[in-house]
Design a protein around this ligand. Structure first.
Ligand code: ATP
Ligand code: MG
Length: 720
């Protein structure tokens, strides 16, 4: 027992021990919300005799779920009795993301709402392809209405749990009206393909619970204790899902911070926190005020930023953690210097740490030499003006002259040095910002892990391979089929394909079966019919021998027989790289080696579908500098954080500058970024930046002018 509590403060202990009834922990960043949740899992098992499988804990990323599991196991290991229960019972708590838990539920009972057990999960690209198809059928031109806009509207409707019928009267304006009409056809289309998009996973789960109370009861009886991390980012459908599962017991434990709500664009609503006490009668609300993550100046900077937002819950956040480092705002010439600056700083920090000699301190850390005397040059009175003063004239003016860039001071062999890269993270607002950073890191051979941007799973060859596998698993999946039927080219056009689909519908049989018996179709030339049949035979034969095969063998078989591998081999260098990527995919598939046949394939495809950006983050996988967006960074912490691109138009983002509410969300993003830092924080902005193909002059982010300047030093590159 003592083991479980010795690292917790009184409030945290109170929260851990409040095991019955609804509980809300409302507290600032780094105050131990996630830690408390983890300890509560361990406490329930160790002290309350709760069986592991009676616990459901939901987080927003698979990574966070894995971390919860690992931390709870570590805690339980210290308590022999609980360890035996944990290991011996052979069950573990359901720990996962909303999406992964929903998939689990749906796989069991999805037949009850008309989907096959082996339904596939469509990602954004699949959704767009489906929508284009639907629009074509409905006679709506993508030139008039953008498929992504329609999908965005449908997504919002789904997040609000609105069916097509319910959405129709709500639709305002001509585009939304079209979207509401397409919503219904789109749902039918997905259903025909036995496919769900990400929003469906949650919505269909709630529909399943509503239509089949017996299914809901099964889970209510199983999960006695439900916990949700990052509750501020839940939307209506997630709220409803949790509310239904909490049932009569009402053992719902949620933790959140309204200051960190950054997903309102995905329908997250702060209402879920504000009205928790009304929704769940008798709820206990606990506030944690001490931050254990960051040093005094970092916490104070966070507080000063967030104070700029109105209408938020008043909370205190303080820390006792001391540290020598004073956070820095650095102005550099452009995005290349920005990246170099990150490396120079890392090199300086590592040098100091390894030598432990004050006089070896990197020169840029000696404040006397480099403190920028902005008073002397300031043109206005605010800090923004002061910073502007360092930029010469032209507040906000665009200047595209060639950059006069300071020479790099990055040690040429930094990539080979023994550096604890895992301690460092570079955070930015938009994925596009990673390119310049990556180029500099590659130049110096610095190991890095990129989270977001062009993901591995978005590479063409990976998507093609997965589409081959998905069609093998689900012979009704027309989207996957359309993706690969002409990869490599087989001379089968869109018209032939839709003729096959039409025939499959008419005959009420799978597309694969229809393709195998394609001679029936007069409208096709015999040459085309032959090509279609040959293609279908690849899948048919693979299906016949599949029971003995592992996923990697299935991949090899399918890619060889379909001619896809030869097609890549013919592409010289580019093809080689693509084949390497497929080999990498097979590495992922190796995890499922033990499960043969369609079952293994299903498990593999499910895992792949659920992998989100954040999941490529694996601190165990060697030392690497982390690059990621602010959105992906929530809940994480790093010794040193570089928040880059603090410029108007980037943070706050240009799309969000006009709307005051969106601007507040940008401020919360900035707050999330600052509060990821444990010991050191650098905020960098450039004078000009090449982004999206053009070079623009930038003015510093307004958020820099909101920083409490007692706790930060401002540096201009020219002063170093
Ligand atoms: P965020 O809002 O960013 O998700 P959080 O409130 O979930 O933050 P945690 O990640 O749980 O905060 O904790 C932040 C850090 O503080 C962790 O390193 C954790 O181990 C540490 N910590 C939390 N509570 C205590 C405590 N009572 N004593 C010592 N360290 C603590
Ligand atoms: Mg947390």
């Amino acid at each position: 027992m003592s083991n479980l509590f010795h690292e917790l403060n009184d409030k945290q202990i109170q929260a851990v021990q409040a095991t019955q009834g609804p509980v809300l922990i409302l507290a600032g960043a780094g105050s131990g919300k996630t830690k408390t949740l983890t300890h509560r899992i361990a406490y329930l098992i160790a002290e309350k005799g709760v069986l592991p499988h009676q616990i459901l804990a939901v987080t927003f990323t698979n990574k966070a779920a894995a971390e919860l599991r690992q931390r709870a196991a570590t805690l339980l290991r210290q308590n022999p009795k609980a360890w035996v229960t944990w290991r011996g019972f052979g069950s573990s708590p359901a720990l996962g993301t909303f999406h992964s838990i929903c998939v689990r539920i749906l796989r069991e009972d999805t037949g009850k709402i008309g989907y096959k057990r082996s339904f596939v999960i469509y990602d954004t690209a699949d959704q767009k392809a489906s929508m284009r198809d639907v629009m074509r059928r409905e006679g709506v031109s993508p030139k008039d209405v953008n498929p992504s806009t329609v999908l965005g509207m449908i997504s919002r409707a789904k997040n609000e749990l609105l069916s097509p019928e319910e959405f129709e009267p709500e639709a305002r304006g001509p585009v939304e009206k079209i979207a509401s009409r397409l919503y219904s056809s789109y749902q039918n289309y997905l259903k025909q393909n036995h496919a769900m998009d990400f929003d469906d996973l949650l919505m269909q789960c709630v529909i399943l619970f509503r239509k089949h109370p017996d299914v809901l009861k099964k889970y209510q009886d199983m999960w006695h204790y439900i916990m949700i991390d990052e509750y501020q980012d839940t939307n209506h459908v997630q709220y409803e899902w949790a509310r239904m599962l909490a049932g009569k017991r009402q053992n719902l434990f949620v933790v959140g911070d309204d200051w960190q709500g950054i997903y309102s664009w995905r329908g997250a609503t702060i209402r879920n926190i504000l009205e928790f006490e009304q929704d769940f009668k008798g709820a206990l609300v606990i506030r944690l005020e001490q931050n254990y993550r960051s040093t005094v100046p970092i916490v104070e900077l966070g507080n000063s930023i967030i104070a700029g937002n109105s209408g938020q819950i008043k909370k205190k956040l303080w820390t006792e953690k001391s540290g020598e480092h004073v956070p820095e705002v650095l102005q550099v010439s452009d995005e290349v210097r920005e990246a170099e600056k990150v490396l120079e700083k890392i090199s300086g920090i590592e040098e100091v740490q390894s030598s432990n000699h004050a006089d070896l301190k990197h020169e840029v850390e000696s404040s006397e030499e480099i403190t920028y005397d902005y008073e002397a040059e300031s043109e206005g009175t605010g800090i923004l003006d002061k910073i502007m003063g360092t930029m010469g004239k032209g507040k906000g003016s665009k200047h595209v002259d060639s950059v006069s860039r300071k020479p790099s001071k990055v040690p040429y062999d930094i990539g080979q040095q023994k550096i604890n890269w895992n301690n460092f993270a570079v955070l930015y607002r938009t994925n596009a910002q990673s390119r310049a950073l990556e180029e500099v890191l590659l130049k110096y051979g610095v190991p890095y892990r990129l989270i977001g941007g062009i993901r591995f799973y978005e590479r063409k060859e990976i998507k093609d391979t997965l589409a081959y596998l998905r069609f093998l698993l689900n012979p009704n999946d027309s989207v996957s089929l359309a993706r690969v039927i002409n990869e490599p080219s087989r001379g089968i056009g869109e018209r032939s394909l839709s003729a096959v689909q039409g025939l499959a519908r008419a005959k009420n049989q799978s597309i694969l079966l229809t393709m195998l018996g394609i001679e029936d179709l007069d409208s096709l030339s015999s040459q085309r019919a032959q090509a279609i049949k040959q293609f279908a035979l690849v899948f048919d034969r693979a299906r016949q021998s599949i029971d003995e095969l592992s996923v990697t063998e299935i991949i090899d078989l399918l890619l060889a027989r379909s001619g896809y591998l030869d097609y890549l081999k013919a592409q010289a260098e580019e093809g080689e790289e693509r084949i390497e990527n497929i080999e990498e995919l097979k590495n992922v598939a190796k995890k499922f080696e033990a499960i043969k046949g369609l079952q293994g394939l299903e498990a593999f495809l499910e895992e792949v579908s659920l992998i989100t950006d954040i999941d490529s983050y694996d601190p165990e996988a060697g030392q690497a500098l982390t690059l990621m967006t602010l959105h992906a960074a929530k809940g994480l912490e790093f010794e040193t954080v570089f928040l880059v691109g603090l410029e108007e138009g980037l943070l706050p983002h240009s799309n969000s500058i006009i709307d005051p509410q969106e601007l507040e969300e940008e401020r919360r993003l900035c707050y999330v970024g600052i509060t990821r830092a444990m010991d050191r924080l650098y905020l960098i902005h450039t004078r000009q930046r090449a982004l999206h193909g053009s070079i623009v002059g930038n003015i510093p982010s307004r958020f820099l002018s909101e920083l409490n300047d007692e706790h930060v030093q401002f540096f201009d590159e020219d002063e170093w």
